[in-house]
Design a protein around this ligand. Structure first.
Ligand code: S3P
Length: 169
């Protein structure tokens, strides 16, 4: 079985992926971590030193490679579905799940946790909310192409796991 989790930064992809992989006994994959291992640099360093376009190419290559594996729960990066035809590829090879979060929910998470996030690390609080709103608006059409959509935050982690399990059964 192949499952890919997608959604904006701070929507909880990595946490849910970890639990889902345990529950379904599937290999856990995290696209950002795989890129970091391969490059020997953090995503922040790659984007800062070599630029976002370079990062998006690495991300695409790693995505193509992971999607060929036999089974996994894969946490995508927040931007992965929005470049090249990545979302079509993800949908072709896996069950894609969009963790849908509202702007206030994302702001709550990201305002506390932005240092390791290169696209927003430089933003002040007042700018952050505006940035999330615009960025999410630009990205939503890609996220909406996911096969399954579940609320990212309203319910408990157990509810999110159950929603995916219910779809699978
Ligand atoms: C990005 C999200 C990050 C990471 C990179 C770019 C984005 O992943 O891939 O910093 O464009 O939204 P997370 O969503 O896991 O933070």
């Amino acid at each position: 079985m192949k499952i890919s989790l997608l959604g904006y930064m701070g929507s909880g992809k990595s946490t849910l992926a970890r639990h889902l992989a345990l529950q379904l006994d599937l290999p856990l994959k995290d696209l950002d971590q795989l890129i970091e291992q391969e490059e020997g640099e953090s995503v922040s360093e790659i984007i800062f030193n070599r630029g976002e376009i370079y990062f998006r190419k690495l991300e695409r290559e790693m995505l193509e490679a992971v999607l060929q594996e036999e089974s996994f729960v894969l946490a995508l990066g927040g931007g992965t579905p929005c470049y090249y035809d990545n979302i079509e590829l993800v949908n072709k090879f896996s069950l894609s799940v969009y963790l849908e979060a509202t702007i206030p929910q994302l702001y709550n998470v990201l305002s506390q946790d932005r240092r390791e996030r290169p696209l927003i690390a430089h933003l002040a609080d007042e700018e952050l909310k505006e940035f999330i709103a615009k960025h999410l608006f630009e990205r939503r059409d890609y996220y909406e192409k996911a096969i399954l959509k579940i609320p990212a935050k309203q319910n408990s982690l157990e509810d999110r796991l159950e929603a995916i399990q219910a779809y699978l059964s």
